[in-house]
Write a protein that binds this ligand. Structure first.
Ligand code: SF4
Length: 403
């Protein structure tokens, strides 16, 4: 589970991808769900079948007590094997680390200021400016080493996580060389990607989109792979193997694989008996929609409200059980059922549409197949109408058992 513990942050990275509704807002999200309590975080982890938590933000150490409260509660609830890692900046202190250790943190990932690590501009003769840049770079690198060393005293696994900024191959190689001297456990290079909030900043810096069907930035993957290849030649242990664990995370992998796995786990836990789960982790259900108030107005007395509804009678006749095989939403005048079953019913109706015996017993209704996210907001991504004409069912002809 990704626990976004706060959107507040002490930095203003030009590549920060946080969305408008999270950036600099003190909000908490467990995966895509906005939450207000530890209980909701535990519930979300349970629903998604999470094996661990990645605590992120904003900067979690700006809300260190909240971070530790959530972390400890998750560890207490799921046990010590529930792996917890946290992303933060070089502002981390010994006091923060003591608290995080006590709360049970397993792994920490530090993120230096990439802007401060940028090499001098070789194309122009700006000596003063370039001296300042070199100083900034040295200070940032020293601070990174100092904070990583401090983290090693308290946290079991310590690493660095940075965006692979195009053309920063030399700088990234230097970071790898320096941190390997401590040594640290790993470095993660994330492909740079644009979002609604960083897009203009990235263009102003001279970066381009990689293509028009993803949010990847041109050159980022090449920089990451180049840094890894250089390390394979120069950062070696006594057996001539790569001395530091390096991992490149392409944005497509981050987005699609991690998100898909979360959705599939969530879908498995929240799917109703009558719903189907797609390979992408979306839920599919059939919807029969009557005109407003046609199924009644009183949600508390569902059975009485639907007693005389012919579609429901039809389902009951076929021994389908309310609450298991189908559900009724009185407020929306909708009946939910298995999408394949609904298609069969609609086909049956269409096949018999011209039969003179068909009566207008079922009233007017529309039928859809709805595909939606298994998230709290149940965001619908597609609604496919099954019929264009108003179908009419004949009670006398629906002896066919559709189960
Ligand atoms: S440290 Fe992270 S959250 Fe803060 S501005 Fe930079 S990228 Fe955004």
């Amino acid at each position: 589970m990704v626990l976004f513990i706060t959107g507040t942050c002490n930095r203003k990275c030009y590549y920060c991808p946080l969305s408008e509704n999270r950036k600099n807002k003190d909000v908490i999200y467990a995966n895509e769900r906005k939450i207000n309590s530890i209980d909701e975080a535990i519930e979300e982890a349970e629903i998604c079948g999470s094996k661990g938590v990645g605590i992120t933000g904003g900067n979690p150490i700006l809300k260190i007590d909240r971070t530790c409260k959530y972390l400890k509660a998750l560890k207490d609830h799921f046990g010590k094997d529930f792996h917890a890692h946290l992303y933060t900046t070089l502002e981390i202190t010994e006091e923060h680390l003591q608290k995080l250790k006590e709360a049970g943190l397993d792994e920490i990932r530090l993120h230096p200021r990439m802007e401060n690590l940028k090499n001098e501009d070789k194309t122009e003769n700006k000596n003063n400016k370039n001296n300042k840049i070199e100083n900034k770079k040295e200070l940032e690198l020293n601070k990174l080493i100092e904070k990583l060393t401090l983290c090693k005293k308290y946290i079991n696994k310590v690493g660095v996580e940075i965006p692979a900024i195009p053309n920063m191959d030399d700088e990234i190689s230097l970071i790898i060389k320096k941190i390997n001297e401590i040594p640290v456990d790993f470095i993660n290079l994330n492909e740079l990607e644009y979002s609604e909030t960083n897009y203009n900043n990235l263009l102003e810096k001279g970066f381009n989109e990689k293509n028009d069907y993803s949010s990847r930035m041109e050159g980022s993957q090449e920089t990451a792979l180049n840094a890894i290849n250089r390390a394979k030649k120069h950062i070696l242990d006594e057996n001539n193997n790569l001395a530091i664990k390096m991992h490149y995370c392409p944005s497509t992998l981050k987005d699609s694989v991690q998100m898909k796995n979360r959705l599939i786990n969530r879908a498995k836990n929240v799917a109703k008996e009558y719903e189907l789960i797609t390979d992408e982790g979306l839920l599919i259900k059939g919807i029969v929609k009557y005109n407003e108030l046609e199924l009644g107005t009183d949600e508390s007395n569902v059975e009485a409200n639907i007693e005389n509804n012919p579609f429901v009678q039809f389902l009951q006749y076929n021994e389908l059980e309310l609450g298991i095989d189908y559900e009724i939403n009185i407020c929306k005048s909708e009946i939910y059922l298995n999408p394949i079953l609904l298609e069969e019913i609609i086909d049956y109706l269409k096949d018999n549409e011209d039969n003179a015996e068909l009566e207008n017993e079922f009233g007017e209704f529309r039928a859809y197949i709805s595909e939606y996210y298994p998230t709290v907001d149940k965001l619908e991504v597609q609604r496919t109408p099954l019929v264009t004409k108003k179908p009419k069912l004949n009670l006398k002809r629906r002896k066919k058992n559709l189960k």
